[in-house]
Design a protein around this ligand. Structure first.
Ligand code: NAD
Ligand code: FES
Length: 281
């Protein structure tokens, strides 16, 4: 069992957990993830490791309550436990001194952009971060991103905070201003990552995205996380999750992520019903 040391909501429906997992905390590198199972009968699902403290023996994960398992996780509090955590999994982010690196986090994707931004800074890059959300209340990790940035920008779709617009518009503005950008990392919803790829493609800026296909085992055996990159089949859990954005088939990823929508909705509704019954009881 893995004990939860702290659990706090960063925004509506987005919760940050610090969990005792000493061996993972010692080994993990930026860009890697864990597979969790809340209880022995639960489903396995992936979450990127947002941070770790090897001395304390803890890892930090950030979850958006989007389906049954993540909603169930977000009901957990400090002192509760999680049945299984496997990791660190996946290929770590490729980190080097590129020069000027832009790390873009869209919504809850910021939880994944943050550790890689920190590693890029440590490697000597001039780091620009763009942290986008629909509205001010959904902005997460503002201070953490600032702490690892030479320049930090917040964008909101409704203009309630920072730059008014999408992260891609801020990136386009930076490129149009003549800034030399050597590397871009973009993590967030699929339409955002696809849009970032189209902004950087004409300028031939090396761009990486972290893909979030359905994962089951997380170790390269089930084929669930199959993605198409440069017309080749890759398994995101072992070959990724980070890939060259200009080579990713985003339509294929988006189509595959919708395969179990019906079942996911049913499971989510059954869980909401169970929660209502337990509240009434
Ligand atoms: P969101 O829909 O609130 O979008 C976050 C930001 O992304 C927006 O503020 C905007 O700046 C940008 N964006 C969104 N659509 C865009 C578009 N078409 N063009 C340009 N920019 C765009 O994000 P959310 O609700 O926090 O994200 C939820 C989604 O992100 C889920 O689908 C989840 O699966 C996915 N996600 C992906 C990863 C990953 O590893 N890639 C990690 C966590 C979550
Ligand atoms: Fe099974 Fe990647 S999750 S092969």
């Amino acid at each position: 069992m893995y004990r939860i040391v702290s659990a706090i909501f960063l925004a509506e429906n987005i919760k940050k957990f610090e969990i005792e997992a000493p061996r993972i905390a010692k080994k993990r590198k930026a860009g890697q993830f864990v597979m969790l199972r809340i209880d022995p009968k639960g489903e396995r699902f992936p979450l990127t490791i947002a941070d770790s403290d090897p001395e304390k023996g803890t890892i930090t994960i950030i979850a958006q309550g989007a389906g049954k398992s993540t909603r169930e996780l977000n009901r957990k509090e400090a002192g509760d436990s999680i049945s299984d955590i496997v990791g660190p999994l996946g290929t770590p982010s490729h980190i080097e001194n590129f020069g000027t690196a832009v790390s873009i986090g869209g919504g809850v994707g910021t939880a994944i952009a943050y550790p890689t931004a920190a590693a890029l800074k440590q490697a000597g890059n001039y780091v620009i971060t763009i942290n986008g959300a629909r509205t001010r209340d959904l902005v997460i990790l503002e201070e953490e991103m600032k702490a690892v940035s030479d320049e930090a920008y917040i964008t909101t779709d409704d203009g309630s905070y920072g730059f008014n617009g999408f992260v891609t518009q801020k990136l386009q503005e930076l490129i149009d201003s003549g800034r030399k950008i050597d590397f871009v990392l973009a993590i967030g919803p699929i339409p955002m990552m696809r849009a970032v790829a189209e902004v950087t493609r004409p300028h031939k800026i090396r761009t990486m995205v972290s893909l979030n296909p359905i994962m089951i085992d997380g170790t390269g055996m089930c084929g669930g996380c199959r993605v198409t990159v440069d017309d080749q089949i890759k398994f995101a859990c072992v070959d990724g999750p980070e890939f060259d954005a200009h080579l990713v088939d985003f339509k294929n990823l988006s189509d595959r992520n919708r395969i179990y929508l019906h079942e996911e909705k049913q499971s989510d509704e059954a869980f909401a019903h169970k929660c209502r019954l337990s509240q009434q009881a």
